[in-house]
Design a protein around this ligand. Sequence first.
Ligand code: C2E
Ligand code: CA
Ligand code: CA
Ligand code: CA
Length: 278
Amino acid sequence: NTAFSMALLVVVFAIYRNDIGRRLRLERELARAVRKGEFEVHYQPQLLSNGAITGAEALVRWRHPSGTLLAPDSFIPVAEDSALICDLGLEVLRQGCETLNDWSRDPATRGLKLAVNVSPMQLLDDEFLAAGAALIRSSGINPGLLELELTESALSADATLVASRMTAFEKMGVTWALDDFGTGYSSLSTLRALPVRKLKIDRRFVDEAVKQEGARRLLGKIVEISQVMGMDALAEGVETTEQRDLLVSLGCTHFQGYLFARPMPGSAFRQWLVEHQS
Ligand code: C2E
Ligand code: CA
Ligand code: CA
Ligand code: CA
């Protein structure tokens, strides 16, 4: 009946408006947080099978004025829905370059690579290439030590534009890794045409492979694809020695996960490194 439908409509609209309000508030807060420098970057080590550290991935956190440290999943999606991801992404890149400079002056960290996440929105933004390139150049880092990570799902956007942007960064000496590999829908021919040096195998594959024969064979094939394409394979989310051993037996060469270390602030990362290497 009509009265009921009207009531339902009112309720649905109220919920909708509330959600919109929440997002708008968060967007406003994020814009302020970028200006106030409330974002900090944590570092999670990446290793070879012999335990040698190759570098780290930069993972952003929000040091909220309330005192809590917010995980990226709670604000990156909102930032991606607005232009804020571009400012936030540049801020992470800026801090990343600063870190690479610090690392180059310290014998304990010299030569380590740093991987920085680039949101698909960011790569498609018209200003990111110029701003990012200027940042990298003026920072004075060795661009060969900077790796940019792009999620595989980005390739389903404007593939030609994505490819040209990636190539422009590659020409500066920066390398690319394809993040969450296996969860997107990129074709192998698209992938082959892109300047990608490393495939980051999504942790779902790693997780399932130790439990199930079919998943184990699939993981093996993913590693083979990386080898055939001349790319490094990095397994994400390695949590157990069983997972690591399986990955090694399948030919995977690069590793990252809680088994080795969680993401940590820069100072803790350096200390971990010194202890790990002794
Ligand atoms: P991601 O790029 O796939 O990063 C890996 C995530 O897996 C990180 O979560 C990391 O802490 C977590 N992780 C690492 N090892 C393990 C493990 O062994 N087990 C489990 N269960 N998880 C593990 P985090 O830091 O919460 O980041 C979540 C996502 O937020 C990232 O996923 C990335 O998509 C996004 N993100 C983080 N920092 C940035 C950034 O600076 N820019 C952009 N655009 N996105 C970012
Ligand atoms: Ca990543
Ligand atoms: Ca990932
Ligand atoms: Ca992810």
